[in-house]
Design a protein around this ligand. Structure first.
Ligand code: AMO
Length: 439
């Protein structure tokens, strides 16, 4: 039999209890983290969003009925406790609560699918299968509090700097980032795709006069490879700015990254402690390496990389050993960047594309875009794509499209940088990879 919530409401979270409210009556809500029955005294560790609080039930002070109810509690059951706060040098946080009344709000089956006290470690797959339980660990929920703070601070930063938040469709009719990574879907009588990037839409916004836009939304990539850095659904932070070039948007990106790290460091002290991370605020401006320089650096370390190659994993790794922190790679070859990237006018084999790296991890790419209709058609054809599929996009370049530039920053990869996680799956509540479509 379980109790109803009735008119009981939480008065305090665990971290709000301290010796300043000694003697006060409080109502706590949470889960039974641990229970220790020493006969004459029972200790229950109650866990809530913010931490743990010790409920101490000495047989001398409380009724036999209440003691009996407490003795029967099972781990991870949901509990409401009304009691009196009392100072205790032995309890975690320096205070304990002597119960006067409890409500068993729901029971938990035993054995548990995994151990929220972290005494028994579990593999990532077991953890993801029971993510609701995995997230009861503060070392796991901390990652998502940090991710939430990151997204909030990105939004505030962009809004304060004159950006308008937009929402673009995720059901689309054409590719943007190359045809191989698309998820096809049935859209009534025709084929459509899940959006790989808001690229074409954010660029079309540049022809409207709104000038500075951003979107924070899912992108879908049918990447077949199973790595620690790729997922099939991620959140992309996309920015596009009119009357601007690659240098302008790189400057926005590095300042936004810098500011976000400062905010996370300030607002997530407890969470960073939970995951044992010391965040360093990087200096501005971030170093800039040219693609040609990167080729030489990588080759000098014995990893072969030919001019015109994209960075291999081996190349990223050696680069990450040389470059400790955030840095840009600029002047990428035009041929390995998407059609919308602006080539240098004098040396068209080079482009105004850049990537932002953190050690060996690419976290963002961007560029000055092609804003001239005919050049854009030429680039689309050169990349083996059909301009007819881009008709509506191309039309926006005919009636006054200003020069523009922008970037896309992967929210999960950025969260990996902020939390030190090595597996991107740690930074998504319910990750999607080739093997996983549930929960
Ligand atoms: P790009 O394809 O480089 O560029 O993506 C931008 C950033 O999004 C993240 N990302 C991913 N993260 C995890 N798993 C994936 N499968 C994945 N795919 C992308 C990365 C990457 O750096 N339209 C351009 C951006 C622009 O030029 O504005 C684009 O999508 O962090």
């Amino acid at each position: 039999m379980t109790d109803s919530l009735g008119n009981w409401r939480r008065t305090h979270y665990s971290k709000e209890l301290d010796d300043t409210i000694e003697g006060e009556s409080v109502t706590l809500m949470g889960w039974v983290h641990e229970i220790r029955d020493l006969g004459g005294i029972i200790f229950v560790l109650l866990r809530d969003r913010d931490g743990l609080i010790q409920i101490t039930a000495p047989s001398k002070k409380i009724s036999p009925e209440l003691l009996n109810d407490i003795r029967k509690l099972r781990k991870e059951s949901v509990l409401g406790v009304k009691g009196i706060v009392q100072g205790s040098s032995k309890a975690p946080g320096g205070v304990e609560v002597i119960p006067e009344e409890i409500k068993l709000l729901n029971n938990s089956e035993q054995p548990l699918p995994l151990d929220p006290t972290e005494k028994v470690k579990a593999e990532i797959d077991t953890r993801l299968d029971s993510r609701y339980m995995d997230l009861r660990k503060h070392s796991v929920s901390a990652i998502f509090k940090i991710k939430s703070t990151m997204l909030h601070s990105v939004r505030v930063y962009l809004e304060e700097n004159g950006f308008l938040e937009i929402n673009t469709p995720k059901l689309v009719g054409s590719a943007t980032e190359g045809g191989t990574e698309l998820f096809p879907i049935t859209y009534f009588e025709r084929e459509a795709f899940l959006g790989q990037s808001p690229q074409l839409y954010k660029q079309m916004m540049m022809a409207t006069g709104l000038d500075k836009v951003f979107e924070i939304a899912p992108i879908f990539r049918a990447e077949e490879h199973d790595t620690l850095r790729h997922l099939n659904e991620v959140i992309s932070i996309d920015v596009e700015v009119a009357f601007a070039d690659n240098e302008d948007v790189m400057s926005i990106l590095e300042k936004l990254v810098h500011n976000t790290i400062k905010e996370v460091k300030k607002k997530c002290k407890a969470e960073l402690e939970d995951i044992d991370v010391q965040l360093e605020v990087p200096e501005l401006p971030f170093p800039r390496l040219e693609y040609d320089e990167v080729i030489d650096m990588v080759n000098s370390k014995g990893v072969t990389l030919r001019h015109g190659d994209d960075l291999s994993r081996a190349a990223e790794k050696v680069l990450g050993e040389i470059m400790d922190g955030y840095y840009f790679i600029t002047n990428w070859p035009s041929d390995i960047k998407p059609f919308y990237v602006m080539p240098h006018p004098e040396e068209p084999e080079k482009s105004y594309a850049f990537d932002l790296m953190y050690k060996d991890l690419e976290i963002s790419s961007g560029a000055t875009r092609v804003h001239q209709h005919d050049l854009l058609v030429e680039r689309i054809k050169k990349q083996g794509l059909n301009p007819d599929s881009f008709q509506r996009y191309l039309a926006s370049f005919v009636y006054g499209m200003p020069p523009h530039a922008g970037w896309g920053l992967g929210a999960e990869r950025f969260t990996m940088c902020l939390t030190g996680m090595k597996n991107i799956r740690e930074t998504v509540l319910f990750p999607r990879d080739r093997r996983r479509l549930a929960p």
